[in-house]
Design a protein around this ligand. Structure first.
Ligand code: ZN
Length: 285
């Protein structure tokens, strides 16, 4: 098994300061937490932006501030933004983060279908998926394909056949969110078998399923997404609140205990097929 790529989903749309003191919300908090996550072993950072009031925002200027601060704090981590439709419906809103420059995002989330979260629907209609994917293609941004169902994984084949999705492919299989695919070995196997050829795949688990979903992925040769976006607790008893770095450290120790080393951001770029970082081009010239 090759090295493990750790995608850190540190903020998300849901966690608030009231729920956990450890969720990074301001630009400074996000940049500082990214540094800790990188030191712990993360190679991709999955970012969500919050406005001054702490609520999720799609605004490009705030994304640019965050991306810039993260790049200052951490010269090599892979930058990934969200196009989540959880709070925002319009393409113009959901695609704003894709227009960020200096630095531009290298990856962006793209959910491949509609579904229910426990308390609300997440609507990603065919036209929205197509438009977001094409905007990413135009900008040279690689989608972080988010699949909560095997049908979403299978939909990628249709998008590839139409030239809407182009290589390289990176897919997150999200297990354990109420109302979608549960975190079982059989479900994971079926989802992985449905992936397009040459796709780098990772597994996320929602809430209490995070640890077992990540562990299944490590053992099966996949990669992981971990962080407070998906789960704020360190333990199943929900007594101890986690930090992002602690969740990553635990994944690293599980991976090492079964003989898997951790990919650096530049190694992850090569494995996924992303463009090399400016940093690595500089040091090799
Ligand atoms: Zn997200």
């Amino acid at each position: 098994m090759g090295k493990l790529i750790i995608n850190a989903a540190i903020t998300g749309m849901i966690p608030t300061r009231e729920m956990t003191p450890h969720v990074p919300i301001t630009v400074e908090e996000i940049a500082a937490d990214v540094r800790r996550c990188r030191n712990a072993g993360a190679s991709i950072i999955h970012l969500h932006a919050r406005a001054e009031d702490g609520n999720p925002t799609y605004r490009k200027d705030i994304h640019e501030e965050i991306l810039h601060a993260v790049r200052e704090a951490c010269s090599d981590i892979i930058l990934c933004v969200s196009t989540s439709g959880r709070n925002f419906e319009l393409f113009e809103q959901r695609s704003e983060a894709l227009d960020a420059v200096d630095p531009a995002p290298e990856m962006a989330s793209l959910t491949l279908g509609s579904m229910n979260f426990p308390q609300q629907a997440s609507v990603n209609d065919p036209e929205m998926i197509r438009s977001l994917a094409l905007r990413m293609r135009e900008r040279g941004i690689v989608p972080e394909l988010e699949c909560f169902e095997i049908g979403m994984v299978e939909y990628s084949h249709y998008l590839i056949s139409r030239g809407i999705l182009v290589p390289p492919f990176y897919c997150n299989i999200l297990l354990g969110s109420l109302g979608t695919l549960s975190a079982t070995k059989a479900n994971l196997t079926a989802a992985v078998e449905a992936l397009p050829k040459g796709c780098t795949w990772a597994v996320a688990g929602i809430g209490r399923y995070q640890l077992q979903a990540n562990t299944m992925a490590i053992l099966a040769g996949g990669h992981v997404r971990v962080g407070l976006e998906d789960n704020i607790w360190y333990d199943n008893e929900r007594v101890r609140l986690a930090t992002n770095a602690e969740l990553i450290e635990r994944v690293v120790s599980i991976a090492r205990s079964v003989g898997r080393e951790i990919a650096t951001p530049d190694e992850a770029r090569t494995m996924i097929g992303l463009k090399p970082s400016i940093e690595s081009l500089r040091s090799s010239s």
